[in-house]
Design a protein around this ligand. Sequence first.
Ligand code: PNS
Length: 171
Amino acid sequence: MPTSRIAIFPGSFDPLTNGHVDLIRRATRLFDRVIVAVLMNPDKQPLFTADERVAMILESCAGIAAPGRIEADLFEGLLVAYAARQGACAVIRGLRSGADFDYERPMVSMNAHLAPEIETVCLLAADRYAHLSSRLVKEVAAHGGSIEGLVPETVGPRLLDRLKTETRTRS
Ligand code: PNS
């Protein structure tokens, strides 16, 4: 019986963008199950809690594939250890530019050193999302720019609300 092929798509997703959603959709064409894994990183101060990010991923990906093919989860510690626990054969990463390649290269090599049985599959970002990052989306929104088409519908209002709360807390 063929085994199901599972890929992990790890990241911060603070917040999920339409570029991420496009990669998740494309990854479901290659793998039976895609687990979008939010890193719980004590060194970073995210805008959204890890649980909020998981909830937004689940809501945004609900219509993309058949139920059960896309999951969202939290992880901490080594990515390859988490991937092995999930029975994954691959890690998905998106590349927008040469800068992304330079950032990913050592991580791909280190992960291959630690777990050669887990392959990293890098997907090139679609042209229309090549300029998109969570950091830039937050910056544009914080300065009153339009984020229409940059983040899923479920993310946009939450992002604007959160930025308003942040501004109030700081002033
Ligand atoms: O969205 P990001 O912040 O670019 O994602 C980075 C991520 C989560 C893929 C990376 O930081 C990671 O894998 N962290 C887990 C810790 C780990 O395994 N480190 C060794 C990898 S070389």
